[in-house]
Design a protein around this ligand. Structure first.
Ligand SMILES: CC(C)(COP(=O)(O)OP(=O)(O)OC[C@H]1O[C@@H](n2cnc3c(N)ncnc32)[C@H](O)[C@@H]1OP(=O)(O)O)[C@@H](O)C(=O)NCCC(=O)NCCS
Length: 183
């Protein structure tokens, strides 16, 4: 299992999410008012298998978990500290949600998940990644800017409860027109 980074806590791992993570994902999401909010069924649908294929084969879902510190042979219950969910629309990816537990923020977990996602999109030769974020969500906007995303538009009253505009961000990866020019 890949380690998060050399500097990070060695008990942290990034891995693909599975259906058993849904309760922890929902708990993280519910604690973050600025996160996108989905009904449980929408998360569960990420992991539904039909004819041997995930129904959402155009999706990625990753979590960062912390290994529980318990004596050997004791059953472990690892802690989910962060998750990212995204889906592919034709040649582009949309970041649908990213949440880091309050107690683990500003420790690069968001950066680690986003970098993994960008690498995935590059490997797939996607043309880019887009996302919407609440205008007031300065922390997330700074993070996206640091990773090369650029503002690409504004969606008036995109969000409800509370009503707010969305800022659209885009990261261009691959021109995908002629040749193989990566940006
Ligand atoms: C946005 C979020 C995912 C960032 O996760 P994180 O793990 O704390 O981010 P990182 O530690 O990787 O931050 C990297 C950089 O982004 C910027 N940043 C992140 N959060 C910030 C904040 N609250 N205020 C200002 N800058 C911030 C900083 O420049 C930071 O670098 P630094 O800590 O060295 O100054 C996290 O705050 C979160 O879960 N927010 C609630 C859910 C949400 O709003 N998701 C986005 C929906 S579009």
């Amino acid at each position: 299992m890949p380690r998060c980074s050399r500097r990070a806590d060695p008990s942290l791992h990034v891995r693909q999410a599975n259906i058993e993570d849904v309760p922890a994902i929902i708990e993280l999401e519910r604690q973050s008012s600025s996160a996108a909010h989905w009904p449980r069924e929408q998360y569960e649908n990420l992991f539904v298998i039909t004819n041997g294929q995930p129904r959402s084969s155009q999706r990625v879902a990753w979590v960062i978990e912390k290994e529980a510190e318990v004596p050997a042979k004791t059953p472990k219950k690892n802690d989910i500290l962060a998750f990212l969910v995204a889906h592919r629309i034709e040649t582009e990816w949309e970041l649908e949600n990213i949440v880091v537990a309050h107690r683990s923020r500003r420790q690069s977990l968001g950066t680690i998940l986003l970098r993994k996602f960008i690498t995935h999109a590059r490997t797939e030769r996607s043309t880019g990644i887009f996302l919407e974020v609440r205008e007031s969500n300065q922390g997330a906007r700074t993070l996206y800017g640091k990773l090369g995303f650029e503002e690409a538009g504004l969606r008036k009253n995109y969000y409800a409860s509370p009503a707010e505009d969305a800022i659209l961000y885009r990261l261009l990866i691959f021109k995908g027109v002629k040749g193989s020019d990566f940006l």
